[in-house]
Design a protein around this ligand. Structure first.
Ligand code: NAD
Length: 489
């Protein structure tokens, strides 16, 4: 696949522009370890200009009050993305290491299609509602509840599903009437700057309504965005550590902070489950995009009564996983995003061994792949629920199997986590699985292989997995303020 049509310039105040001082950095292909091209390295000066432009577009243009214009502009962007799918696809594969098959789904095409739902939800939204007449202090009043945009939104996204997450933030935020400064992850700049190119060249979006920054040192530009009083809201997806930092910075001027953070989800396989139906999905889940997904169930809870049978089947499933070159559509799993992430995952594997877990499959770098930041599909059995690999997010293709005694024990272990993002339950009885699912403290749950991911599904976490919801009606409402106006009846 050739890399044509790459756009690496920033979008600031309606202009595609180089970073100040023409600063650039290398965008590395994680499957080949080679330089795929250049990315713009925004400075504090660029961040300042982007915030000023977003502020001006919000305060001084009619954008926030013109739903028809917003619909038109976002539809123009949708059309441009549809027309450019095959230009973008190789870029996403090259910078993310995303397997080709995933680009036909959630890494690219699904989220382009989902834009229409996001546009529609704003168009159909009940922006105002009347409350019944009331009397207070002798004054009879009528009241109207009005929904309005929050203002300037700083959207900050990670590298694992960058294009999807960029759209998941900018489309509802813009449709709600906000203006946006998007800061992409340093490892995946083009998934953002390509959107900037299409916005500049194909839409009537007013200058400053959307600004796009990429930067090599994320904390510099990131801190500038999250600490700036001209920014009204931060919409962040990333690690819990950075999320906590952002929440503290936002507190200084009481910003609205919306956080989608890490996860350590559990898949409970009940003793009456059909293992042949449930377990292949558990292996595919943890190997999809090399385990670099926040909602992937990375803890597998098996009943002691059928434990050996389960481990044997899981070992077979993990050994049969196809992985390698992400441009080969047969590969489910490509590389990790960087040498740093690969080394972090390998360090967790060593920690797992040192803390007494039994390594059943994998555990290292694949001998047959000389280049690329690959890690073998890895299966640990006999994992202590308190150990590091059962508690911390590894973000690699590493599955920790934990035995449990009975249903209550399984629920207790599943909930024994500082995270609460997602999970799964498998059982021969739908009623039994649903009852267990209701006891798990997470934002989404899959029962017997059900798929919750969709544009209309609110997604987000309990506990340290975040605050607020992305996607769905709830996701749209995150980008709104609520105002009540009263007048004499
Ligand atoms: P990260 O927290 O390191 O980085 C996320 C983003 O924050 C990047 O754009 C990064 O440049 C930026 N950033 C770093 N320091 C910053 C600062 N001081 N101020 C502002 N921004 C800053 O996360 P990552 O390693 O890119 O992504 C992996 C993490 O993202 C995992 O923990 C994963 O679970 C999480 N994630 C969560 C969801 C979800 O919806 N809950 C989805 C995808 C990924």
């Amino acid at each position: 696949m050739s890399l044509e049509g790459v756009e690496s310039r920033l979008l600031i105040d309606g202009e595609l522009t180089e970073a100040s001082g023409s600063r650039v950095y290398d965008n590395i292909n994680p499957a080949t370890e080679e330089v795929a091209g250049e990315a713009a390295d925004a400075s504090l000066e660029d961040a300042d200009r982007a915030i000023a432009a977003a502020r001006r577009a919000f305060d001084e243009t009619g954008w926030s009050r013109d739903l028809d214009l917003r619909k038109k502009c976002l539809q123009q962007l949708h059309e441009a993305l549809v027309a450019n799918r095959e230009v973008l696809r190789p870029q996403i594969i090259a910078e993310v290491g995303a397997p080709l098959g995933l680009t036909y789904a959630v890494q690219q095409d699904t989220c382009i299609d989902d834009m229409l739902w996001d546009i529609g939800v704003a168009v159909d939204f009940a922006w105002e509602r009347d409350l019944p007449e009331n009397e207070f202090f002798g004054i009879k009043s009528r009241r109207v509840v009005v929904h309005e945009p929050v203002g300037v939104v700083a959207a900050i996204t990670p590298w694992n599903f960058p294009f999807m997450l960029n759209l998941a933030k900018i489309v509802p935020a813009l449709m709600a009437g906000n203006t946006v400064v998007l800061k992409a992850a340093p490892d995946t700049p083009w998934s953002a700057t390509f959107i900037g190119k299409l916005v500049a060249e194909n839409t009537d979006l007013p200058a400053g309504a959307l600004n796009i920054l990429t930067a090599f040192h994320p904390a510099e530009v990131g801190d500038a965005l999250t600490g700036d009083p001209r920014v009204d809201m931060v919409s962040f997806t990333g690690s819990t550590a950075v999320g906590k930092h952002i929440a503290k910075r936002g507190a200084d001027n009481v910003k609205k902070v919306f956080l989608e953070l890490g996860g350590k989800s559990a898949h409970i396989v009940l003793d009456d489950a059909d293992f042949a139906a449930a377990l292949p999905g558990a292996a595919i889940g943890v190997c999809t995009h090399a385990g670099q997904g926040c909602a992937i169930p990375t803890r597998l809870l098996l009943p002691r009564s059928r434990y050996d049978e389960g481990i044997e089947q899981m070992a077979e499933n993990m050994r049969g996983m196809k992985y390698g070159d992400p441009t080969n559509v047969e590969n489910l799993m490509g590389p990790l995003i960087s040498a740093k992430q690969r080394d972090r995952v390998l360090a967790y594997i060593e920690k797992g061994k040192a803390e007494g877990a039994r390594l059943v499959v994998g555990g290292g770098r694949p001998a047959h792949l000389e280049k690329g930041f690959f890690v073998e599909p890895t299966l640990f059995a006999d994992v202590d629920p308190d150990s590091t690999i059962a508690q911390e997010e590894i973000f690699g293709p590493v599955l920790s199997v934990i035995p449990y005694d009975d249903e209550d024990d399984a629920v207790r272990i599943a909930n024994h986590s500082r995270y609460g993002l997602s999970g799964a339950v498998s059982s021969g009885s739908l009623d039994r699985a649903m009852a267990v699912a209701r006891r798990i403290r997470t934002g989404t749950l899959s029962v017997n292989g059900g798929m919750w991911f969709a544009a209309d599904t609110p997604f987000g976490g309990y506990k340290e997995s975040g605050t607020g919801r992305e996607h769905g009606l709830e996701g749209f409402v995150e980008y709104l303020e609520t105002k009540t106006i009263a007048y004499p009846a």
